[in-house]
Design a binder for this molecule. Sequence first.
Ligand code: GAR
Length: 196
Amino acid sequence: MKRIAVLVSGGGTNLQALIDAQKSGIIRSGEISLVIANNADAYALTRAANAGIASEVVLKKQLGSQAAFEEKIKELLTAYAIDVIVLAGFMSILSESFTSCYPKRILNVHPSLIPSFCGEGFYGLRVHQAALDYGVKVTGATVHFVNEIPDGGEIILQKAVEIQPGDTPEILQKRVMEQAEWKILPAAVEQVCSAM
Ligand code: GAR
């Protein structure tokens, strides 16, 4: 069993999808051993507690710098003997000095079909707003390995989702989560854990 850490910032619906996938056996080659939040108010922390998963809060403001923030996360990953790191709605870009320590060990879920609507500044509802502004008729989600290029690592899984007339960023976000993110993230985690 690989030991998985999930890094979160907010609501944690992707974390919930991972917890549910572990319960239902979709994830069977790894176990979620730690949740790290960069926001003390993240509802994802409640989801972790409800599932009996250890959690830690790491605040960049308190630590004073990006380097100290990443060092603290690294310490926790070592302390919990983590093998695989999943960024699930983690709204902080990790530097090369962090990502280079875990080659092909960090996964991220992004709410578009990379290479569209991705990179620095594209996160959360902004991604869906950009897709609607552009007028694309198909969007989706991508799970990829994380390297030093934001949203630039090797793609593991993607799933397309249709845009409907009258979509708002909120409506589209929900459809992309339900039809794509909550399915491909657990599938990709199992794929990576089982291949390690
Ligand atoms: C998800 O849509 C995720 O793909 C996106 O933020 C949302 C988090 O929701 N991530 C990014 O935009 C990263 N660039 P959640 O907290 O409910 O999982």
